[in-house]
Design a protein around this ligand. Structure first.
Ligand code: NAD
Ligand code: UDP
Length: 351
């Protein structure tokens, strides 16, 4: 069954890939994004791939009148809520920005949803809410903690949503805890476009491969892992996007509040990722070992059993495909969307 959805943060990395999957399934997509970390060009590319245009509204989720207006105008059946800030290091320097965007933004959204009588929400959470896990793989019922303002903002929203559900069982809330999204759309048209120096491993390696950065700094080779470098569960962004469509089906069936891990279910070390990227790209990635990054953990990977069972979802694309798609995107768009974005805007509400 197709429906109308509001996708907050839909011009961003994961949001744009999710819009592609939604449009290809025949849904009508309304994107609300303030473009603080994205370009409208991403949505032009979404349209180029799907031959369908999402409706785009440039604006902030913290603007209650705007959210109210959009809900009244489009009457969506579900909201997929990606909008937020996501850089751990920046969150330490600007904690209030993170609480304002991630916590207050979600608060405004939920207030306006309730006032409109809309109770179906998919929320982008993160494996960061598991802190430094006592054992692996990580299951959804593991204890939660956070070591930085970004992680705390995600945890605070999770707790807020739990309280909300307890107060009113009409809510259906899918909390999706992403592990490490990587890769790009196989077309090479849509991918990750960090505004600044990339914080994350795969976009950093991609920029080293095109010569934009000199070498990768590997944060620590003395972790208690097989080769001493950090281990993470990388998941292809298209698999991740598909997970949202599976979550929507759960909302439609009245799932209540549920949290699901979205990960591959196995870990790769930094050196294994470097080697997979080199193989996929034919490029050599120079690197040097440096000190551990504050706040990092040795290893983290998901137990995806609940998502497989409840959502009928599992990741289909392995590390080779993630790296090949990341390279296709980066090598054909070495400057990301920047050269093409300009003042162009997709259709906007006349406000
Ligand atoms: P992104 O920065 O590419 O996308 C977020 C989008 O939200 C951007 O387009 C940005 O312009 C928009 N936005 C930010 N604040 C807004 C506001 N107040 N109002 C309207 N729009 C706003 O990030 P992403 O990687 O696509 O992440 C999407 C979500 O997934 C985020 O909530 C993030 O915390 C979460 N997440 C991401 C990762 C990851 O590694 N990428 C991992 C776990 C969780
Ligand atoms: N990492 C690294 N160099 C970088 C970026 C990341 O060695 O320039 C390592 C990091 O220490 C971690 C892994 O790569 O072990 C994944 O880091 P990322 O920031 O992508 O994800 P997260 O830390 O959020 O899991």
């Amino acid at each position: 069954m197709t429906s109308t959805l509001l996708v907050t943060g839909g011009a961003g990395y994961i949001g744009s890939h999710t819009c592609i999957e939604l449009l290809q399934e025949g849904h009508q997509v309304v994107v609300l994004d303030n473009l603080s970390n994205s370009s409208p060009e991403a949505l032009h590319r979404v349209e180029a791939i799907t031959s369908k245009a999402p409706i785009f509204i440039e604006g902030d989720i913290r603007n209650p009148a705007l959210v109210r207006d959009i809900l009244a105008r489009y009457n969506p059946e579900h909201i997929i809520h990606f909008a937020g800030l996501k850089a751990v290091g920046e969150s330490v320097k600007k904690p209030l920005d993170y609480y304002a965007n991630n916590v207050s933004g979600t608060l405004v959204l939920c207030q306006e949803m309730a006032a409109h009588g809309l109770f179906n929400l998919v929320f982008s959470s993160s494996a960061t809410v598991y802190g430094d896990p006592a054992s692996l793989p990580i299951r959804e019922n593991f204890p939660r903690s956070a070591t930085n303002p970004y992680g705390r903002s995600k945890l605070m929203v999770e707790r807020m949503l739990e309280d909300l559900y307890l107060s009113d069982p009409r809510w259906n809330i899918a909390i999706l805890r992403y592990f490490n999204p990587a890769g790009a759309h196989p077309s090479g048209l849509v991918g990750e476009d960090p505004a600044d120096i990339p914080n994350n491993l795969v976009p950093y390696i991609s920029q080293v491969a095109t010569g934009r950065r000199e070498k990768l700094q590997v944060f620590g080779n003395d972790w208690s892992t097989a080769d001493g470098t950090g281990v993470r569960d990388y998941i292809h962004v298209v698999d991740l996007a598909r997970g949202h469509l599976c979550a929507l089906r759960q909302l439609s069936q009245g799932c209540g509040l549920k949290a699901w891990n979205l990960g591959l279910g196995r870990g790769y070390s930094v050196l294994e990722v470097v080697s997979a990227f080199e193989k996929a790209s034919g490029q050599t990635i120079p690197y040097q070992f440096v000190d551990r990054r504050p706040g990092d953990i040795a290893a983290c990977w998901a137990d995806p059993a609940s998502s497989q069972k409840d959502l009928q979802w599992s990741a289909e694309k392995g590390i080779e495909e993630m790296m090949a798609d990341a390279w296709r995107w980066q090598s054909t768009n070495p400057d990301g969307y920047s050269r093409l974005s300009g003042p162009e805007r997709l259709r906007k509400l006349d406000r």
